[in-house]
Design a protein. Structure first.
Length: 303
């Protein structure tokens, strides 16, 4: 049976750039990261790349920014595993150690000539426009634009991803959290933690992905519909086979049912398979309806 496949963080955009050997060197640095951090870094890079496209940034900067995003957490190589992979909340002291991944990553980049051009992503991706970030609590335009973009991608991926230490949080809820982060915390401030324009670009990225998911799941739904139609026809033959006492007719109906089955399907399981497919169709139809509603909600969001 055909399987339903969907990858929210589609990497086709990144592949279109045909990254050269120099950039591939930076990406190899991810090999030293733990599985969760590596996957997080890859997802952040994918989102960053697409944010750049929606912000209409040129190809050169997009490639640069994407590479910065790939290695933004490279400093976590030197964070103790018992802190990096802790399943409960970090203590103040542990959080202090965790925050050093920014300066450690920066130092790693500066010591390597091939990584040096991308050091800004590692150092500044936790800085906030309102000065509440770390490690240097710098303000506004003093934060490199690539780091501002990575910050939004990083927060979005970190909140929505299924990590080892917390449960999944929905897309809409995540976007509301980011809207709060883009809103000044008091009347005396003009900016929040993240840039509103970049956040609006993220809305477009999420809408694109959700509509892509609808498309993929709709194709699979059409496949299920055809399978249900086939099994219903087979079930007619099966039921007649079960009720007739005439040996010739029984064999005729058996052959009719068998003709409609795939090689791995057994005649006596036709009713069970049909029931399973019908339930799968119902569940996936409901999910697609929810995705359509999600797109409507995102389009109504305001920053």
């Amino acid at each position: 049976m055909q399987t339903e496949k969907f990858d929210f963080y589609n990497s086709s955009t990144l592949k279109s750039y045909n990254l050269d050997e120099k950039i591939r060197y930076q990406l190899k640095m991810l090999d030293g990261l733990d599985t969760f951090t590596r996957k997080h870094s890859e997802n952040v890079a994918s989102i960053t790349c697409r944010l750049c496209e929606h912000l209409h940034l040129d190809k050169g900067f997009t490639i640069y920014c994407t590479t910065c995003a790939y290695i933004h957490d490279i400093g976590k190589i030197f964070i103790p595993p018992q802190i990096l992979q802790k399943t409960s909340a970090l203590t103040d002291e542990e959080y202090k150690i965790m925050k050093t991944h920014t300066t450690i990553g920066y130092e790693m980049c500066m010591k390597d000539l091939k990584l040096r051009p991308y050091a800004a992503g590692a150092l500044y991706h936790h800085e906030s426009l309102d000065g509440s970030g770390y490690p240097n609590a710098i303000l506004g335009e003093k934060i490199p634009y690539e780091a501002q973009i990575i910050r939004v991608a990083d927060e979005f991926e970190a909140i929505t991803a299924k990590r080892q230490y917390k449960s999944h949080i929905g897309i809409i809820e995540t976007l509301h959290i980011l809207i709060e982060h883009a809103t000044p915390s008091n009347k005396n401030q003009k900016v929040g933690k993240i840039d509103k324009k970049i956040l609006k670009a993220l809305f477009k990225v999420v809408i694109d992905d959700t509509e892509y998911e609808i498309c993929v799941r709709s194709d699979y739904l059409a496949f299920l519909k055809d399978e249900i139609k086939r099994l219903k026809e087979a079930c007619k033959y099966y039921n007649k086979m079960q009720t007739t006492s005439n040996p010739n007719k029984k064999e005729y109906f058996r052959q009719g049912a068998q003709y409609l089955l795939h090689a791995n399907e057994e005649i006596h399981k036709i009713p069970i398979i049909l029931e399973e497919l019908s339930e799968a169709y119902k569940v996936r139809s409901t999910h697609i309806e929810k995705l359509y509603d999600e797109v409507k909600q995102i389009k109504k969001l305001r920053v």
